[in-house]
Every structure is written in structure tokens, then in C-alpha cells.
Write a protein that binds this ligand. Structure first.
Ligand code: COA
Length: 263
């Protein structure tokens, strides 16, 4: 059977590939479940420090939820549709968003619907110049269901998001960059190297600090500033006494100085 989410280890970085190229890497239930299994295994594997997520084939990152499959759930009624389709997809994007190790999308092509929602949910995203984004659910007479009505307005601002959500029109990587959906746009052939370089810039820092930043920023975004500051405080407190913090502070105090420099 075809592996839906092949994994390749590049030192301490896991490259996960959405692998249904014949269907433009549409997110069927089995693929989502396999991605969740992969994340569960990566979370507890101390040897893996970061995840890069990309799409198989020349055309797509992902063309979104598998319409053929979820149409079956919809035909069985609201309870089935919510349990099998919506809840599964929302759980996936929430897991990516709160994953304690950095997750970087390397958007290699079409990122429509759920493919765009994955890009919204992950911590960082690099797009190929060949990428193409859209929120096309409105054309199916439905709203997005994997968090797409919630995260894009928070990222891009309400009016910019609503334009994309209500028109369903595709948009360019340059526009994705302008609205804060991706961090950078690179030539197609440089995509994986650019994502890898970004991951390496992060994982040179200790894992506890990286997880604390992700956790505080992700949770705090949806809280009041006062509640967010409490999350930040708790994240810091949990690091106190840990060797990585002791070492980080000691290394700075003992850093090499230019001759004659004091203080
Ligand atoms: N779900 C299920 N299958 C999908 C799919 C999806 N979201 N997107 C693409 N596919 C399948 C197609 O059915 C086709 O397979 P088939 O030939 O066995 O039927 C294959 O992937 C290639 O897609 P095709 O439509 O022929 O490619 P295209 O280049 O002409 O068009 C898109 C590309 C992305 C414009 C078009 O596939 C599309 O509109 N997909 C749906 C996007 C969407 O609405 N996503 C949100 C879902 S909630």
C-alpha cells in the first residue's frame, strides 16, 4: 500500500510529504490520520527537533479536503459530517498549530482549501514562486471547515481574509507574503533548502525555549493580553532550573570578549 505520509530524516529535521499526487494530495481521512500518527511519534522522539511539511509531485501542496470522500459523510447527515470530516480536520490543524516542535510548510504548488488551512496553522511557511493559494470552499456552497474562517482573519486581518473567503479566487505567493500567510517566497528549486535553512536557524536553540515560544505565542494570540502574560510567565517558570536555561545564561556571562572589553 502507498505510504500516505512518507518521512525522511535530515539530521534532526523530519521531512513529511503529503503523498497522493494523483489527487493533488487531497486530504482524505486516511492521510489525515496518518499525519496525526506521524506527529505523535515525532513529538516523543528527542532526536527530531523540527518538521517540514510538503506535497508530493509537481503540481500541489494540497488541493484540500477530499471532496469525494467527505461528500459521503455529508450525505449521511450533520452528525456524521461533523464527526468524520470537520472534527478530524480541525483536530489536525489544531495539532499542527500547537505542536511543541517547529512545523514549517514548504508550499510547493496548489494550496487550496485544507492545503491553505494547513499553511495557516503551522508555525512558519515558505512558498515556492510556483505556489498558488485559494479559499475555494464558497464555490462548493460551504465555509471552510479546518479552521479557515478563524485563523486567516487573525493572520491577515478581517477584511483581507473575508475578501479571499467570500470570493474564493486564487491568489499568488506574493499576496500570501503580503498578508502574512507565508514568511518568504523562494525560487521553486530552492524551496526545500530554504525551509531546511529556516529550521536549522531555529533548532540551534534549546528545545525547551523553542517550545515555550511556540506555546506562549500560539495560546496567547487567542487570549487577552493579561491572560497571555500569565501564559508567558508560566512558560518561563517551567524552564527555571532546567539545565538548558542555566547553560544559556552561563554561556552568555562567560562569552569570549575582545581584548580590553569589560562588563
Ligand atoms: N478532493 C478530491 N479530489 C481532488 C481534489 C479534492 N479537493 N482536488 C483535486 N482532486 C482530484 C481530481 O478529482 C482529479 O482526480 P481524477 O482525475 O481521478 O478525478 C485530480 O485530483 C486532479 O485534479 P483536476 O481537477 O483534474 O486538476 P486541475 O489542474 O484541472 O484543477 C484544481 C486543479 C485545484 C483547480 C481542482 O482540482 C479543484 O478545484 N480542486 C478542489 C479544490 C477545493 O475546492 N478544495 C477545497 C475542498 S473543501
Amino acid at each position: 500500500m502507498t505510504e500516505l505520509i512518507p518521512i525522511e530524516l535530515r539530521d534532526s529535521i523530519a521531512l513529511l510529504t503529503l503523498n497522493r499526487p494523483d489527487k493533488l494530495n487531497a486530504l482524505n481521512y486516511a492521510l489525515i490520520d496518518r499525519l496525526m500518527q506521524r506527529l505523535d511519534a515525532i513529538e516523543v522522539d528527542d532526536a527530531i527537533r523540527a518538521v517540514i511539511l510538503t506535497g508530493a509531485g509537481e503540481q500541489a501542496f494540497s488541493a484540500g479536503a477530499d471532496i469525494t470522500e467527505f461528500s459521503g459523510s455529508v450525505a449521511r447527515g450533520a452528525d456524521h459530517a461533523v464527526r468524520d470530516f470537520v472534527r478530524r480536520g480541525q483536530t489536525m490543524t489544531a495539532r499542527l498549530e500547537s505542536f511543541p516542535k517547529p512545523v514549517i510548510a514548504a508550499v510547493n504548488g496548489i494550496a487550496y482549501g485544507g492545503g491553505c488551512e494547513i499553511t495557516e496553522a503551522v508555525h512558519l511557511a515558505v512558498a515556492s514562486e510556483c505556489a498558488r493559494f485559494a479559499k475555494p470552499e464558497i464555490k462548493l456552497a460551504m465555509p471552510p471547515t479546518f479552521g479557515g474562517t478563524q485563523r486567516l482573519p487573525r493572520l491577515a486581518g478581517r477584511k483581507r481574509a473575508l475578501e479571499l473567503l467570500l470570493t474564493g479566487e486564487p491568489f499568488s505567493p506574493a499576496h500570501a507574503l503580503a498578508i502574512g500567510l507565508v514568511n518568504r517566497v523562494v525560487p521553486h528549486g530552492e524551496l526545500l533548502n530554504a525551509a531546511d535553512a529556516l529550521a536549522r536557524q531555529i533548532i540551534r536553540h534549546p528545545p525547551g525555549a523553542v517550545a515555550a515560544v511556540i506555546n506562549a505565542a500560539t495560546r496567547g494570540l487567542n487570549l487577552s493580553i493579561d491572560e497571555g502574560l500569565l501564559v508567558e510567565r508560566a512558560q518561563f517558570a517551567a524552564l527555571v532550573g532546567r539545565e538548558e536555561l542555566v547553560r544559556g545564561l552561563t554561556d552568555w556571562r562567560n562569552r569570549p570578549r575582545a581584548v580590553g572589553q569589560t562588563g
